[in-house]
Design a protein around this ligand. Structure first.
Ligand code: RNT
Ligand code: ZN
Length: 421
């Protein structure tokens, strides 16, 4: 039997199995295909950007590894993203950082303009995808002491405020040009390596800076403000100004988007448990789906229990229109295109499994106090033939099935990546 016929007949069997649970796999695949995942541009070049040829990553984050073939020009990066996206099924967006601007002359961060991102917009138009944005408050002489929007020096603080305001204009331009709002996420590395004497003042300055940044209203049709907390960074182990409580309070009182990054909490804390609570107090969320390991918060996303739990929470509570799914990882020790494909396909797989779950039935069992059946069903669901639905879905979207994409990436590596200087 041809592989394609095998996939078809496996799918028919799976379809019948899920139908027994009242799940219609056809409408599941339709719904799945429309959920946008915002792929981050920075996996392609280890968060280097195009500001200067030897831009160095700072800000308490690090990309480790020196796998050959990283993109060093916008054309290379777009080429790599195009190639990765051709192997990933379903709706995608691209998440850009301010340091990915294009200009013949150096542009200071507080002087960035929409025109510096015109090529990205044209590219996005061609692919019919939306763009998201981030001011880059790191890898810069004025962020060298891990202080930006909280800096005690007003001049430095004002610089970063101007950068964030300029970034909002770029974000608004994305939304206007592409017909879908750009989510602009502010993350700052600000904090202290050792025990601070004053935990309050930097947070007060941060609140004031953010208020100045978002003072000018911009239509949510084009642009949405988001803020991202982090418990720690390399060199900011003792204290970060932008803690979880800080931003939870800030986002809910200012009615902006709260970003939850999977790698930014205490080691046993998970964002899957935060989505429901947050949904009661904040209208919209942004997720940075990622994977923490010890000191790092940015390993490639796996199809692990936590990624699955995140997807389940979104689907079970009907939060698709209030949760923006973004990815945030950067691994420089493996093929970077493969990293995107692995992580993004995994997020999509988790969403598929979440959509295939008879969640009402599980909730009913819980309400009836039948925890035995709840556990039994949850466990049996894991071995239902979701992979047959996934393969069929991949075929229907004209992307590689199973690990077939790997041979393609290896070929791309030989022909393109290894020929880069
Ligand atoms: C850093 C934050 C932040 C960055 C990106 C590059 O810890 O997660 O989101 O990873 O903005
Ligand atoms: Zn993040």
């Amino acid at each position: 039997m041809e592989k394609i016929d095998q996939i078809q007949s496996s799918y028919e069997i799976a379809k019948a199995r899920y139908a027994e649970l009242g799940i219609d796999t056809e409408s599941v695949m339709q719904a799945l295909n429309q959920i946008p995942i915002s792929m981050h541009c920075w996996q392609g070049d280890d968060v280097a950007g195009f500001e200067s040829p030897d831009g160095e990553l700072t800000g308490g984050i690090q990309a480790t590894g020196n796998y050959p073939g990283k993109a060093t020009t916008p054309e290379e990066l777009r080429g790599d993203i195009d190639y990765a996206m051709s192997m990933i099924p379903g709706a995608l967006r691209l998440n850009l950082h301010a340091i990915y601007l294009e200009s013949d002359v150096p542009v200071e961060r507080d002087k960035i303009e929409p025109k510096h991102f015109a090529n990205w917009v044209e590219w996005a138009k061609g692919k019919k995808i939306g763009l998201d944005f981030n001011p880059s408050c790191f890898s810069h002489p004025l962020s060298a002491d891990n202080m930006t929007l909280t800096h005690p020096d007003e001049e430095v603080r004002e610089f970063w405020i101007r950068h964030c305001i300029a970034s909002r204009k770029v974000s608004e331009y994305f939304g206007k040009e592409l017909g879908t709002p750009s989510v602009m996420n502010i993350w700052i590395p600000d904090g202290f390596k050792d025990i601070p004497a004053d935990r309050l003042a930097p947070r007060k300055r941060l609140a004031d800076s953010l208020d100045a940044i978002i003072a000018e209203p911009i239509s949510k049709e084009y642009h949405k403000d988001a803020v991202e907390s982090k418990l720690f960074g390399i060199g900011t182990e003792a204290y970060t100004a932008g803690s979880n409580e800080f931003y939870m309070g800030y986002a809910s009182t200012r009615d902006i988007v709260l970003c939850l990054d999977a790698g930014h909490y205490h080691p046993t804390e998970v964002i899957s448990d935060k989505i429901s609570s947050t949904s009661l107090f904040v209208k919209e969320m942004l997720l940075h789906v990622s994977r923490p390991i010890r000191w790092d918060s940015d390993h490639v996303v796996l199809l692990d229990d936590e990624t699955q739990a995140v997807a389940n929470e979104i689907i079970r509570h009907g939060l698709l229109d209030r949760v923006n799914i973004g990815l945030d990882f950067f691994d420089a020790s493996i093929n970077r295109v493969a990293a995107w494909v692995i992580g993004t396909r995994n997020m999509r797989k988790a969403l598929l499994r979440a959509l295939l779950e008879p969640s009402q039935q599980l909730k009913d069992l819980e309400l009836a106090g039948d925890y035995t059946s709840r556990l039994a069903l949850m466990e049996e669901l894991k071995s239902l033939p979701w992979t047959a639905v996934w393969d069929h879905y991949c075929v229907s979207q004209d992307v590689p099935v199973g690990s077939d994409w790997l041979a393609q990436v290896k070929q791309y590596e030989q022909e393109i990546l290894l020929n880069r200087k």
